[in-house]
Design a protein around this ligand. Sequence first.
Ligand SMILES: [Zn+2]
Length: 156
Amino acid sequence: MNDPDYLLSASAYRELIALCRHAAPEEACGIAAAAADDPRGIVTRVLPLRNSHPDPRRHYRLDPAEWVAMHYRLVRSALRPVAVYHSHPYGPSEPSEEDRRSAFWTGAPRAKEPFGLAEGPGMWIVSLENEASPELSAYAAGPDGLQRSVLAQISV
Ligand SMILES: [Zn+2]
């Protein structure tokens, strides 16, 4: 197995799944964060944001005002964003066409990126398609678009 690109704690994983289940049938979205001083960047916190898309069952949009507030909350809490997550209540944990086109991850002009994520966040997708066993997949922007990343859960 390849070295993981992302690490997350078991409790952060449980919280992430719980938040996505709670938001269903709408898509959940938010930030997976690590302690700013953790060199391994282990995700230990999951911070939900409002899905402000007009059709939240099939799309998500980070609310811009909440996003800015979140940025300051992260700084104050000595956290840094590692990934933007969202859920697919009825679909697989693969990026949709819309996810692939999103300016966050396509290398489109940096000015379009959400404030504070210039260093390139991961895209995490939680699939609730199989109710009994949710699936979390991670992706990162590469030269040919989104590439699947390796994500591992660890106990901390
Ligand atoms: Zn999606």
